[in-house]
Design a protein around this ligand. Structure first.
Ligand code: PMV
Length: 329
């Protein structure tokens, strides 16, 4: 179901190093199933791309002054406001890496991914821009180069990102992430997930800072919570591989309790989690940085996920999306 990310240039074939009329890149949203926040402290994480929510970037070179066109800002590159600095960073860092001037560059972004909802919007935008820029210049980047460029933009967005988002928005299936690297994970039975938007902006940078501040005051308590989140992530990998979706759901509920205890929950997330469980979800938790953003709820099947989505919207979710992590075996 999930499609690989792609980058393509408009003129083909072209010789390496030749410049095309334009280049395109795309990336998807992602959900963190287990391990957000703990991953910042070296614990593993499980994440999956959301193939129905896509960001596309297109880069071209002309004679006009450098420009951006996007929902967040349209205008001259050198007058872009601070809120789009990750976008500008992704473009300029890639041009610099490819030793190409910014003169005449034109960047267009279209994205289905809601911003600041824990769904990886900033990483997806950066990833699409990196690919589009390289494609426009007929240049090839190694996977390590690409990752580092996305991370450069993510630092402008979040401070010191773990790299999980940068990997997950480029993945073509669920991934196990640890120490900067992501590998595919086997899935024994499909996971029917409902993503529910609280309508409250998530605050990843502040939430990460909040956990760090708590750890400074209570290192033993916070480290115990991080260790437990790590154990839940290992257990979830085994449950996902074995197709034990009830165990996955139970782990989600415990992760939600721990994350809330770490100060990254939100009353709107609690409210939607209660609704999801009341409507038969096997488990529910926040996804991403928290303090707002989105909840993910695990349905017992495809039909039940539809029921869950209706219940969540009726209970105040600003939007819902259903995403299925397909079985691999
Ligand atoms: O809110 P998002 O989608 O940017 O996810 C953040 C995940 C954290 O673990 C909280 C931070 C990180 O760098 O991994």
């Amino acid at each position: 179901m999930n499609v690989p990310i792609s980058a393509r240039a408009s003129e083909r074939p072209h010789s390496p190093g030749s410049r095309s009329a334009f280049g395109e890149g795309r990336a998807t949203a992602k959900v963190i199933l287990f391990g957000e926040h703990a991953v910042v402290y070296g614990a593993p994480a499980l994440a999956a791309p959301v193939s129905s929510l896509v960001t596309r970037a297109r880069v071209a070179f002309g004679d006009d002054a450098p420009r951006i066109r996007s929902a967040a800002y349209s205008g001259a590159l050198d007058r872009a406001p601070e809120r789009v600095s990750p976008t500008v960073t992704a473009l300029l860092a890639t041009l610099e890496r490819l030793e190409h001037p910014s003169a005449g560059v034109r960047l267009e972004i279209e994205s289905d991914i809601p911003v600041a909802r824990g769904l990886g919007s900033s990483a997806a935008v950066a990833s699409a821009i990196v690919d589009a820029t390289a494609a426009a210049l007929g240049a090839s980047l190694t996977e390590a180069d690409r990752h580092e460029l996305v991370q450069t933009a993510e630092r402008a967005a979040h401070g010191s990102p773990s790299g999980l988002d940068a990997r997950a928005v480029r993945a073509d299936g669920p991934v196990w992430f640890r120490a900067g690297e992501a590998v595919p994970v086997p899935v024994g039975a499909p996971l029917h997930l409902v993503i529910a938007d609280t309508g409250v902006r998530g605050r990843t940078r502040l939430a990460v800072e909040e956990v760090a501040a708590r750890r400074a005051v209570d290192p033993d308590g916070v480290d115990a919570a991080i260790a437990r989140l790590g154990t839940l992530t290992f257990d979830a990998r085994a449950a996902v591989a074995g197709g034990d979706i009830s165990a996955v759901g139970r782990g989600m509920d415990e992760a939600q309790r721990i994350l809330t205890g770490l100060g990254v929950g939100h009353p709107a997330l609690d409210h939607l989690a209660v609704t999801a469980r009341g409507a038969g979800a096997l488990g529910a938790k926040l996804t991403g940085g928290g303090q707002g953003g989105c909840l993910i709820a695990l349905g017992s099947g495809a039909e039940q996920a539809l029921v869950l989505a209706d219940a969540l919207r009726a209970s105040g979710a600003a939007a819902t999306w259903i995403t299925t992590v397909e079985a691999t075996t």
